[in-house]
Design a protein around this ligand. Structure first.
Ligand code: MYA
Ligand code: CJ4
Length: 403
């Protein structure tokens, strides 16, 4: 048990290292400390509009703030290019997310969006975009009781050449200021890194749909002593769905809204969606959003699956330039088992040329992850709330998906 002891020692040291970290920026923010134990729910600080700075945070002299109008194609292209070249990569720098232009427009313009919450940083001389952060409005329910008007923060990005110059805290403080000016004091966000203080730590799972390509690009390894042809056979999915799924239509929105609302109310961290939001987030949109439903004899939606399209650039690969990934969004099964719902989602994804289908271990996803041959990924996704204390949640308590 020497091995056991050393393992325990290693995990203790890791834990201490995390505790030891000093967060020069985050320790000044209304978020719980990493070693804080939280008993009850509530805002961490309360401020009024009088406390909010009226003028923008100051940037280093060579940069300027630039509110991005995502209806202006040139400005939207600037955001696309900044993220395509500088956004999230895996730990081995083999892949980088390639959120599409259509995806970004969809993600940034839900009902009630504000264009002043799409914040860019440009170099004064040549107007090159070197930084971005966004907020969109959302109502989030915490522990099934508190309905909180919040924002969801996403697409924080600083150009690779300007990293570790403390620009991120300036972007975060500026978006906080502009959200506070609208009398909103809480936010939800996710990240692949540990910060003060995760509400939940979730894991990614991947279901190979094109195992040959995934092995070729290094996304997955071929397991020892099995051949590629056997690997392909093991990952075959039915060519047709088992159930009569069809794309969501506008006429489905009233019943789909009731179905999704009822389902999400079971979770300890979940959004509420009104009919406008349901149509925005779930309306099928090519290369962005797939959503299919089953209905009963009265035409009411009884089952729904949805996934979003998030390709990754494959960095410096001779043969493959992109990985086409589907990310599970919101899924509700009431007339069929959830494993059959998701099996049909895999079939639709495979038929649409996706290479991999990703999901987190949130919702009741653990009920199908094994049976449908998902494999655990190397990435964790940490969920956070800004200016709101709540006891840590298990992944299965989470009912919120950020893009
Ligand atoms: C009420 C309204 C409130 C609204 C705001 C709510 C909060 C929103 C919070 C944002 C939610 C974003 C959600 C998403 O979009 S998650 C995706 C984030 N984007 C990427 O990972 C893309 C690639 N990376 C980059 O572009 C840069 O590395 C970024 C911009 C991420 C950091 O730039 P850089 O590497 O050049 O570092 P720095 O010297 O400027 O700054 C260092 C400080 O920044 C802290 N840091 C590093 N990464 C993150 C991160 N992902 N969330 C929060 N904080 C982060 C770090 O702990 C340190 O603080 P402290 O440890 O010393 O204290
Ligand atoms: C704020 N928004 C959070 C969502 C951003 N999302 C989707 C994200 N944040 C951190 C991750 F760890 C992650 N993972 C999906 C899993 C995965 O697919 N890993 C292999 C891989 C393929 N391509 C890439 C690109 C970047 C990172 C890993 N990649 C890990 N996803």
């Amino acid at each position: 048990n020497a091995l056991e002891n050393s393992k325990q020692l290693m995990s203790l040291l890791k834990h201490l290292k995390v505790q030891e970290q000093n967060h020069a920026f985050w320790d000044t923010q209304p978020v719980p400390k990493l070693d804080q134990v939280i008993e009850k729910n509530g805002p961490i600080e309360t401020k009024t509009l009088d406390d909010v700075r009226k003028e923008p945070l100051s940037l280093p002299p060579q940069f300027e703030w630039s509110t991005i109008d995502v209806n202006d194609h040139a400005q939207l292209m600037d955001v696309y290019t900044l993220l395509n070249e500088n956004y999230v990569e895996d730990d081995d720098n083999m892949f980088r997310f390639d959120y599409s232009v259509a995806f970004l427009k969809w993600a940034l313009q839900p009902p009630g969006y504000l264009k002043q919450w799409h914040i860019g940083v440009r170099v004064k001389d040549n107007k090159k975009m070197v930084g971005f952060i966004s907020a969109i409005p959302a109502t989030v329910v915490v522990d099934k009781t508190e309905n909180i008007k919040m924002v969801e923060i996403n697409f924080l990005c600083v150009h690779k050449k300007l990293r570790e110059k403390r620009l991120a805290p300036v972007l975060i403080k500026e978006i906080t200021r502009l959200v506070n000016l609208e009398n909103i004091w809480q936010a939800a966000y996710t990240a692949g890194i540990v910060l003060p203080k995760p509400v939940a730590t979730c894991r990614y799972y991947h279901r190979s749909l094109n195992p040959k390509k995934l092995v070729e690009v290094g996304f997955s390894q071929i397991p020892a002593n099995i051949t590629m042809s056997l690997l392909i056979k093991l990952h075959k999915v039915p060519e047709a769905t088992k159930h009569a799924f069809r794309p969501l239509e506008k006429k489905d929105v009233p019943s789909a809204t009731l179905l999704v609302q009822k389902y999400l109310s079971k979770y300890s961290l979940a959004p509420t969606f009104d009919e406008h939001e349901i149509w925005h987030w779930f309306a099928p949109l090519k290369n962005v959003m797939d959503c299919q439903v089953l209905t009963d004899a009265q035409g009411n939606v009884t089952d729904l699956f949805s996934f979003y399209t998030l390709p990754s650039s494959i960095i410096n690969h001779p043969k493959h330039k992109n990985l086409k990934a589907a990310f599970s969004f919101y899924n509700v099964a009431t007339s069929i088992p959830v494993a059959e719902l998701m099996q049909d989602a895999l079939t639709v994804a495979k038929n649409n040329e996706f290479d991999v289908f990703n999901c987190l271990d949130i919702f009741e996803n653990n009920q199908f992850i094994k049976d449908l041959k998902f494999a655990p990924g190397d990435g964790n996704l940490q969920y956070y709330l800004y200016n709101y204390s709540t006891p840590t949640k298990k992944s299965a308590d989470i009912g919120l998906v950020l893009l």
